[in-house]
Design a protein around this ligand. Sequence first.
Ligand code: NAD
Length: 401
Amino acid sequence: TDTCVLVCGGGNAAQVVTGLLSVRYKTIAVSFFADEAEKWKTALGNDSFELTVEGAAVNKIVSKPAGITNDPSVAKDADVIILAVPSFAHGEYFEKFAPYMKPGTIVGVMPARSGGDILFSSKMGEKAKDMVFVGFETLPWACRFSEWGRKATILGTKNTILAAVTPPSAKAKALGTLQGLLGVYPFIVESPTNLGISLRNPGMIVHPGVMYGRWGPESWDGKAKAEKPLFYQGVDDFTETVLLGMTDEVQAVCRKMEKMVPGLCLKDACTLKQWYLDCYDGQMTDTSTLKGCMNTNKAYDGLTHPCKGEAGNYMPDLNYRYLAEDVPTGLCFAKGMAEILSMPTPTIDKVITWAQGCIGLEIMVDGKMTGKDLAKTRAPQGVGITTPAEFIKLAKLEPKG
Ligand code: NAD
């Protein structure tokens, strides 16, 4: 077809998406990271990219991207732009593409994490009203490159995946186009609003909450551990109270937003326990409590805390993405929303206050979202939003009914 797609990034996910789409569409890989585009071009040379799909009938996909570049002006011909890159890098792509993008461009972000639509709108400026943002709750595949720039493997494909479209009027066209690109699986399930995707983000609760519960000032003596503690299956009563506190605070934000915007539906922004029931059905032997869902979840067998050091002498890796990504582009969004709504979030506050020191950012000062590094986070305050009215406008939340 004539559809022109840009795939952004150069890691596992971006390589897989490039390989997958190049077979049927004019696909250009774009990376702004250091000299990654040049390196990728050199690595591939005149050869084709080889994608292996584990467990599929046709398990080898051989294709050639139409280009690999760091030139943002390729956005002028793009019908669809896919971001398959860690969330801290999203802003740079939005900003560099903005001057070139044509009206109606569909920008799909997988995963969007939290507040991706707000960042997008603010970077697009005047152009935002003509652009379509599609936030995916996660990446559709578990995947790894096997030979950088040349070969990659899809280890598993999700059956279904939630995605929300901003503005809602573009829903049918955007989701139809993206489903066409992805193929039959995963089946894209429409979520009513990107605010729901943002406040659903389970990683923003689970990862910082479990890190705080184990390594925070209330529970850790600062001494090395002989073994790496189990991450999910090691959640204890104290950590559970932290997780429940955080998830409840987010629920309160959801209910207040729903009151404020008639017709707004945040059903996908469920509690963490509900998320486990929905996503891991049949894999847990005790679902009576949140702790039970995590401790008895087979999918988590063997998963430990990120640590440094060696057996007998492990220290936590407090700069791992569980804090370095999930706090700035997850939890900070939720905290920022709560502050805009004047709602107290004592549990989230103590987690952010501890985590910001671990990752070397100044986010909260004296309990307020005023730190100098706010712009590096997805807190709406980072793009100057401090009132509900400003947020509702930038999020394009159209009151219904
Ligand atoms: P990755 O770590 O392979 O991505 C690395 C890429 O990120 C680099 O190639 C570069 O393009 C970019 N990058 C790295 N450092 C940068 C910097 N300082 N500045 C700008 N860009 C930089 O990640 P991935 O495996 O491709 O995953 C992408 C996203 O999908 C992540 O959010 C990840 O958590 C999520 N995810 C991945 C999988 C998977 O199976 N790979 C599964 C679920 C979710």
